[in-house]
Ligand binder design. Structure first.
Ligand SMILES: Nc1ncnc2c1ncn2[C@@H]1O[C@H](COP(=O)(O)OP(=O)(O)OP(=O)(O)O)[C@@H](O)[C@H]1O
Ligand SMILES: [Mg+2]
Length: 362
C-alpha cells in the first residue's frame, strides 16, 4: 500500500485537482485507491461526488479522539468502482484547537494509526492536504512515505517550495522515516514561451525530483470538480485526462518496491563516481550559512559536511559535497535568506525569483 501525500502550503496550485484525477486514473488503470480528504474546505470530497454535509462522520471523528482511529473503515464512502474517499468537513478546522494540549507525538500520529485499520485494502492512499503546514499536514506526512508537491508553472511559484522541502526533510529526520518527494509542474500553459522557459527552469532546478509528466491548463478539469468525478470518467480524451493518465503511469512505474533494480543499474554507469567538491563562503556578518541545491533536493546542508572557522572578524564556511560529474545549481542560505554565491560568476537567471549559482563537476 503506497501512501502519497499531496502537499504545498501555496493555495490553488492544483493539490486537490491532482489528488482527484490521479486517484481516478489509478483506479481506471485497475488499482484500488483511497482518497483521504484532510482539507476542511472539503473540495476533494465534493470533487468525488460526496456531499460533506450529508455524511454522518468525517475524518474529524477519526482524528479527534485516540480511540477514533478505529472508525476509519466506517467513514469511508465509495465514489467510483475501486475509488473510495474518507470525507472531510468544515469541522476539521477545529481539530488543531481541540488537540492543542496533547503531546505532539500523539497529535501527529493519528492518521498513521488510522491507516493501519485498512492495511492491505488499497494499492494507493492519496492524501489531499490543506494549504498550510499545520497539524493536518503533519499527520499526512507522518502517515505517508511519498510526497507530491504540485508546483504551478508560473513566476515565483518556487517561493516557499524550498522552505517546504526543508520542513519535510526536518520532519522525516525527526520521526526517522524516509519521504520520497517529487515535484509536479501544474497549470502549464504551453502556448506561451514564458511558461516553457519556467518549465525548463523547474526541470533544471529539481532534476530527478521532477516528474516527467506535466499537467497542462485545461478548463475541463474545473468542470470535473463541479461534476463530482475525475475527468477521465467522462472525457478521457481531453488534455486534462490524458495528462493525469500519464502521471498515473509514471507514479506506478516509480514504485519504491521496484527501485532497487534501478538503483543498481544507475551505479553501473561509468563516470558516475562521486568525488569530493569543496566550496567556501566568507562573510563577517553572517551567523549561519548553509548550502542547498539540486544535489540535495534543495534542503539546506543535507548530505553536506560543513565547517566554520573564525579569523579576526571574518568567518569562513567550508562545504564539502560528494558529487558525480555533472552540472548543478545551488544557493547559499545565509541566516535564512536564499542568495546566489557572490564569488561565483556562473549563474542561471531564473524567472522563479533570483539567481541560482552553477557548479560544474568534471
Ligand atoms: N490543470 C488545470 N487546468 C485548469 N484549471 C485548473 C488546473 N488545475 C487546477 N485548476 C483549477 O484551479 C483552481 C485551484 O485548483 P485546486 O483546487 O486543485 O488547487 P489546490 O492547491 O487544491 O487549492 P487549495 O490550496 O485551495 O486547496 C481550481 O479552480 C481548479 O479547478
Ligand atoms: Mg485543495
Amino acid at each position: 500500500m503506497r501512501v502519497i501525500a499531496i502537499v504545498n502550503q501555496k493555495g490553488g496550485c492544483g493539490k486537490t485537482t491532482t489528488t482527484i484525477n490521479l486517484a481516478g486514473c489509478l483506479a481506471i488503470q485497475g488499482s484500488r485507491v483511497l482518497v483521504l480528504d484532510l482539507d476542511p474546505q472539503a473540495h476533494a470530497t465534493l470533487g468525488l461526488g460526496v456531499d460533506p454535509e450529508s455524511v454522518e462522520e468525517s475524518l474529524y471523528e477519526v482524528l479527534a479522539e485516540p480511540g477514533g482511529t478505529d472508525s476509519l473503515p466506517r467513514v469511508i464512502v465509495e465514489a467510483q468502482p475501486g475509488l473510495e474517499v474518507a470525507p472531510s468537513g468544515i469541522v476539521l478546522s477545529a481539530l488543531e484547537q481541540k488537540l492543542a494540549l496533547e503531546r505532539v507525538e500523539s497529535r501527529t500520529e493519528r492518521l498513521a494509526n488510522a491507516l493501519e485499520t485498512v492495511h492491505g485494502r488499497y494499492d494507493y492512499v492519496l492524501i489531499d492536504c490543506p494549504p498550510n503546514v499545520g497539524l493536518l499536514t503533519f499527520n499526512a506526512l507522518r502517515a505517508a512515505s511519498e510526497v507530491i508537491v504540485p508546483l504551478e508553472t508560473s513566476p515565483f511559484a518556487i517561493h516557499g517550495v524550498t522552505k517546504l522541502l526543508e520542513t519535510i526533510a526536518l520532519l522525516s529526520e525527526r520521526i526517522g522515516h524516509d519521504l520520497t518527494v517529487r515535484v509536479l509542474p501544474t497549470l502549464f500553459d504551453g502556448r506561451t514561451r514564458y511558461a516553457q522557459k519556467i518549465l525548463s527552469e523547474i526541470r533544471e532546478m529539481f532534476k530527478d525530483m521532477c516528474f516527467d509528466s506535466v499537467i497542462r491548463v485545461n478548463v475541463k478539469l474545473r468542470e470535473a470538480i463541479a461534476r463530482g468525478m475525475p475527468l477521465v470518467y467522462f472525457a478521457r480524451r481531453t488534455n486534462g485526462a490524458v495528462d493525469y493518465a500519464a502521471l498515473a503511469l509514471e507514479v506506478a512505474s516509480l514504485d519504491p518496491a521496484l527501485a532497487e533494480t534501478s538503483l543498481a543499474e544507475s551505479f553501473e554507469e561509468p563516470g558516475d563516481v562521486p568525488r569530493e567538491v569543496v566550496i567556501r563562503f566568507r562573510d563577517p556578518d553572517a551567523s549561519d550559512v548553509r548550502i542547498a541545491g539540486d544535489f540535495n533536493g534543495w534542503v539546506p546542508d543535507r548530505g553536506v559536511r560543513s565547517l566554520m572557522e573564525s579569523e579576526g572578524s571574518t568567518r569562513t564556511w567550508t562545504k564539502v559535497l560528494n558529487l558525480a560529474p555533472g552540472t548543478y545549481q545551488y544557493r547559499y542560505v545565509i541566516d535564512g535568506e536564499w542568495r546566489e554565491d557572490p564569488e561565483n560568476p556562473e549563474v542561471a537567471e531564473t524567472s522563479l525569483g533570483g539567481k541560482n549559482s552553477i557548479l560544474v563537476v568534471r
